[in-house]
Write a protein that binds this ligand. Sequence first.
Ligand SMILES: [Zn+2]
Length: 265
Amino acid sequence: MMEWLQQYDFVVAAFLAGLAASIACGLGALPLAIRGLNLENKVGLGYAFAAGLMFSASVYNLLLPAFNMGTQAASEIWPVLKTLGGMAAGAWFIWWIERTVTPEQLQKGFLGTLGGRTGALVFLAMTFHSIPEGIAVGVGYGSETHLEAGKGFGHYIALAIGIHNIPEGLAVALPMRLQGMRLWKAALLATVTSLPQPLAAVPASLLVWLFEPLMLPFLGFAAGAMMYLVLMELLPEALESRTRAETAWLFLAGFGLMALVQVGL
Ligand SMILES: [Zn+2]
């Protein structure tokens, strides 16, 4: 019995790694506890900064790994086409949500508690984007057992995703805090957006053969959803109270911070 269970150690490892990554996402909300940040006066700047973080994460954590996955050259056409197809579907998905779910519905009920329309859309998009990331963790742990060269592969992916989750948690919590949500609740909801990571990691680690071919369109889908949201919601929101120059600078600051996080590995 014990030996039978030990065979599935990698599944437990994938789940725990995904869970640790989710907690890292909640930690991202903590800088918002700093007093004197005077968030109310900086709403527009906060949106621009969160937009930069999300855009950068889409590029570095979703698009670039997808373009290069399984290829030696960076310029092979099929991975790029599959990813771009997923990207179009992701953008279409958010566009469809915006058209189907009215602003009133987004203000009311459960979605309304997420910090208004923008907060609710950010919450939804970030939760969805965690699914392919969880699959990546699971596939990483699952293929470790098959590949001789795959030792530590799962750990590496989980660590990368956990670290980039910290600024992503900040991006989720920012619009919520700006709407006056309590800090602990914003941190909790940031953690929730990452829960698909441990949950998706389990089936993906067991069924690598099934999930691996789906990775490219999934990664593209998540990037498309996030980029669409940045362009259609976060940046216009920032421009409502801030100048174009301020918006551009804060966007670039957020983009730069996420890029630095990537090399901090
Ligand atoms: Zn992410």
